[in-house]
Design a protein around this ligand. Sequence first.
Ligand code: PLZ
Length: 455
Amino acid sequence: MTTATAPAAPVAPARPAGRHLVTSLPGPRSLALHAAREQSVARGFGVVLPVFIDHAEGAILVDVDGNRIIDLASGIAVTSVGAAAPEVAAAVADQAQQFTHTCFMVTEYDGFTRVAEALNRLTPGDHEKRSALFTTGAEAVENAVKIARAHTGRPAVVVLDHAYHGRTLMTMTMTAKNAPYKDGFGPFASEVYRAPSAYPYRWPGGAERAAEQALAALEEMVLTQIGAHRVACIVAEPIQGEGGFIVPAPGYLRGVQELAERHGILFVADEIQTGFGRTGAMFACEHEGVVPDLVVTAKALTGGLPLAAVTGRADVMDAVAPGGIGGTYAGNPVSCAAALATIELIEREDLPRRAREIEALAMPRLAELQQTSPFVGDVRGRGAMLALEFVTPGTTTPDPDAAKAVAARCNAQGVLTLTCGTFGNVIRLLPPLVIPLPVLSDALDVLERATLELS
Ligand code: PLZ
């Protein structure tokens, strides 16, 4: 038997797997699209890097000029499974062909129940739980407050310095930072009280005393200023996100939970940015062994479709009578399908473990950078939620210009990098959890060089 030798297939030029720029950023096509945008889109939307995306491949965003950009943003902690996970795309397409919407308050569908079951199973604590699905993070935070008020019959809500909870009237009130979130948008909602955050790097009494002193201040506020019997809930991010990736001093979250319990106050964890493996545990509260009464989630719950949730103690959740919570799009079926596919991927690929691998690679390099660059005052975070805080050398004075300069250099070189922080002086790393480690390593090279160029 003779075998005919097939003519060799033409060899396609090797396509780069990682970062690759073919124009300066933004390229000409993006510039033209951006000019068009300015004629039709309201000015109030900012943009970090004005490139227009054509498609995504894992942790790479490919723009309309053909540039391949490393994604260290994940659409602000959303696309942990990547922005084009085939399993999520298929689930979305299938569901969209079945039906796109019924409104869960009109007729039912099982995807909603199955997402609720998954959330009840995955969130901290093995007590009986119920979940309610919504559309955006802010909407879910607002609903957590409504549920807490309905259950306790109390009006007051306690939040922290450096908090971010959203842009709606209630959640903007709960958010700490004035510009750009609150400036000009008042008057604000009433019965929101702000306690200090146990921010180790900036605690006046020193990092070691931050937990104890912040808890004392919180207790004094609850007891003397508000009256404990008037407080419905304390809402806290277990690692503060927009406020600067602030990991609270050890023991602080536990202390908040105990204080809340002593006074019949509900402890609500806003895990919108930290949830679903981002910090190396499924939920960031787990690092402190804290079981909140209510947990608010959104973002990485799906691969990018709008879906948010409040999950918590069944007796608390069920304090609201039928019709008391909901929304036209709450728990949209396409978003639910995306969530189920995403949760399956997170569990199957053990993405919390991937977050710990990212930390193991990146944290030593960031710590080294803190030694070599006098501009890096603090390095912190957990898992794939890591940050550098920039200061004027030799001081702890925030240096937002340094952070902005470093982020701008990274962005120009195709490493999409976000800043954050009350003082705007923090660079945060939020890569998709599926980022290949060599790609992350390349991004860190760029970040290191950009930081060492500061003078
Ligand atoms: N709670 C902890 O991180 C959203 C906001 C970006 P939405 N964070 C990104 C911006 O400038 O608008 C967030 C969060 C935490 C609540 C929210 C709000 O979630 O889905 O943006 O409403």
